[in-house]
Design a protein around this ligand. Structure first.
Ligand code: BDR
Ligand code: CA
Length: 311
């Protein structure tokens, strides 16, 4: 099984990403979860990550709280999408599983130093502050990272938080730049691909038809979370972003993308956090990321439902 750490700011879609990873123990060995502020403040993202592990019957997962704000900027949250708790849509019991004492950044550093070099993949579903802080504080861990798979950015689909920028990158563009320039293999899962993973009524009905508690909760979460985007985009369902990070590891054959150069705008106020993706290779800047662009969404939802039904 592939060893991963999930760095996350749950968020309903983050929670579904965690559940998908936990539903695939033969392919994915989840070494731990690190939380970061984002959709809601850190205290709530940490609580939501615990709730999610408990829903999956996995209170044993090492869970570490991380950075409560971006490297240099004020935190923007997104209660207007995720609700006041960050995980509105289905009430679950208050979590009791422990939060580990070590800060997420220390856990990342220690784990990467301990594990065989090139065996641990970092899967990020929020702003990249924890990862960038770990890379800056302990540069020796960088070459030990197998790769980074990050939900973030946009090119043809441009922005969802500003006209130019996607939320995770906008929140901490300096952190995103550090990660992209680290020289390790980065796969970006941008809005270009997540906006193809729409939770249509048929796909939600299939999830409910699975008839399990987890599938029911997930359908309630997605139903809450997507309302905002459905209204906004006029699409037949809202996009399910973060689970695609895990889906890429499990089923790369469902995706296509390009190895290209991606730079992050950190200066301009107007386009702050924009992922300037050289999709047409019009510069000679070297490729630094695999930028995903397309997805077989029917197959993704079918497999997601099948896997979640096993929890
Ligand atoms: C990203 O922003 C958050 O609201 C979601 O959880 C996802 O990670 C999409 O832009
Ligand atoms: Ca997220």
């Amino acid at each position: 099984a592939r060893k991963i750490i999930i760095d996350t700011d749950p968020g309903q879609d983050d929670a579904v990403g965690i559940l998908l990873a936990l539903a695939c123990p033969d392919q994915i060995d989840l070494l731990g979860i690190t939380t970061v502020a984002g959709n809601v403040p850190l205290e709530l993202t940490t609580r939501n990550a615990r709730t999610t592990c408990e829903l999956a019957g996995r209170p044993d997962i090492p869970l570490h709280a991380g950075c409560d704000r971006p490297l240099q900027r004020p935190l923007r949250t997104a209660e207007y999408i995720h609700g006041g708790t960050g995980l509105d849509g289905h009430d679950l019991p208050a979590p009791t599983m422990p939060v580990q004492e070590a800060h997420a950044v220390d856990f990342l550093i220690d784990t990467l130093r301990r594990e065989e070099p090139g065996t641990v993949t970092l899967c990020t579903m929020g702003m990249l502050t924890n990862i960038a802080t770990a890379f800056t504080r302990a540069p020796d861990i960088v070459p030990r990272v197998a790769g980074i798979v990050a939900m973030g950015g946009a090119y043809f689909e441009v922005g969802n938080y500003t006209p130019a920028a996607e939320f995770n990158i906008y929140n901490d563009p300096e952190a995103a730049e550090i990660v992209l320039q680290a020289g390790r293999p980065v796969t970006l899962v941008p809005l270009d691909v997540t906006h193809k993973a729409l939770a249509t009524p048929e796909r939600l009905a299939a999830l409910r038809a699975a008839g399990t508690r987890v599938c029911d909760v997930v359908a309630d979460w997605i139903g809450f979370f997507e309302r905002h985007d459905m209204e906004k985009y006029g699409s037949p369902g809202g996009p399910l972003h973060d689970p695609l990070v895990i889906a890429w590891l499990l089923w790369p054959e469902l995706f296509s993308g390009r190895e290209i150069n991606v730079e992050i705008e950190t200066g301009s106020e107007l386009t702050l956090g924009m992922t300037v993706a050289d999709w047409w290779r019009v510069t000679d800047r070297p490729a630094n990321a695999l930028f995903l662009g397309d997805l077989d969404a029917d197959a993704f939802y079918a497999r997601l439902t099948e896997k979640l039904a096993t929890l």
